[in-house]
Design a protein around this ligand. Structure first.
Ligand SMILES: Cc1ncc(C[n+]2csc(CCOP(=O)(O)OP(=O)(O)O)c2C)c(N)n1
Length: 325
């Protein structure tokens, strides 16, 4: 399906997903500031168009691999927000029984192969899933999300090389949010467009506007269709921006408020909302209802997490090592 074929219902679905991610993350940011969440939190506020536009092209049995900034990927792929919130609170009802936290959210039942605290480590997992699908002769596709700084990791190079060589059904999606921690992309990369590297891996590469969910949806759709049809991998670079710091608590001395404000004008949620209102597909009141619906869903998730038990001390070491056989 291309963008022109999207129904109003489809567009509302995309908007709803972005609102759910936004509200999940803003709520998590607020709670983290009160000291009630253990661990580290990396938010993707501002980047929602990428996971939502990408995952709208995927089936439940397709796979994704994620990063340390993975809440959006998880929600877009369909992970339940109650279980995600419980995971962040370290509760037994969490996706990893409360033992993984934000950077270790998994849901194998819908092909979510894990957030990942090791920068670049999703890529070898993605080509493993891609090789498995090819070997089993299914038409499942794997999407590998990674950041612009991860693009400079050896693991990415090795994975893209193998994917290009073996024509694996993998779509590499670089979320170029302009920074690797506190360093601008142009200061740590030999090329400004990560997508230029695709040529060296014998796959198509392209830049897409990562603040426009419809552009992401359309371009990734083509890559997914090609991968499904056995035509091999694609590298898509979505130019985007994170409105919050690298992690919650980041002082952000490496950029100006003016720069952040400029990017906020491109907010992907407001952009889709504006387009829909202009075309008479949505009213302000309907948008407010959608926003309130997302807020309610997230506050219910917080309540679920708060009311859930912590893992019993006797279970602390369970699931840490897995025995095969
Ligand atoms: C192998 C490895 N090296 C370094 C780090 C420390 N680290 C955490 S996030 C990060 C930057 C990642 O930047 P990018 O891939 O662009 O993703 P973004 O944070 O911008 O989403 C680094 C260097 C790490 N977690 N793993």
């Amino acid at each position: 399906m291309n963008v022109q074929q999207l129904s109003t219902e489809n567009l509302i679905g995309l908007l709803n997903k972005m609102l759910l991610i936004r509200n999940f993350e803003l709520t998590v940011g607020d709670i983290f500031a009160t000291g009630r969440l253990p661990g580290f939190i990396h938010l993707s506020v501002g980047e929602e168009a990428v996971p939502v536009g990408v995952c709208a092209n995927l089936r439940d049995d397709d796979y994704i691999t994620s990063t340390h900034r993975g809440h959006g990927h998880c929600i877009a792929k369909g992970v339940e927000v109650n279980a995600m919130m419980a995971e962040l609170f370290g509760k037994e009802t969490g996706t990893s029984k409360g033992k993984g936290g934000s950077m270790h959210i998994f849901d194998f039942s819908i092909g979510m192969l894990g957030a990942n605290g090791i920068v670049g480590a999703g890529a070898p997992l993605a080509i493993g899933a891609g090789l498995s699908a090819k070997y089993r002769k299914t038409d499942q596709v794997t999407v590998c999300f990674f950041g612009d700084a991860a693009a400079n990791q050896g693991a990415l190079h090795e994975s893209m090389n193998i994917a290009g060589l073996w024509k694996l059904p993998v779509v590499f999606v670089c979320e170029n949010n302009q920074f690797g921690q506190f360093t601008r992309h142009e200061l740590d990369s030999s090329v400004t467009d990560v997508s230029m590297r695709a040529r060296g891996y014998n796959m198509p590469g392209e830049v897409v506007d990562g603040m426009d969910v419809l552009a992401v949806y359309e371009r990734v759709g083509e890559a997914v269709r090609n991968a499904r049809a056995g035509k091999g991998p694609t590298l898509i670079e979505a130019k985007t921006y994170r409105f919050r710091g690298h992690f919650e608590g980041d002082q952000q001395v490496y950029r100006t408020q003016t720069e952040v404000d400029e990017w906020r004008k491109k907010d992907p949620i407001l952009r889709l909302k504006g387009m829909m209102i202009e075309r008479g597909l949505l009213s302000e009141a309907e948008f407010t209802n959608m926003e309130n619906g997302a807020k309610t869903q997230i506050s219910n998730a917080v309540k679920f997490a708060e009311d859930s038990p912590a893992p019993a001390p006797s279970e602390y070491l369970e699931d840490v090592y897995v025995s095969y056989g």
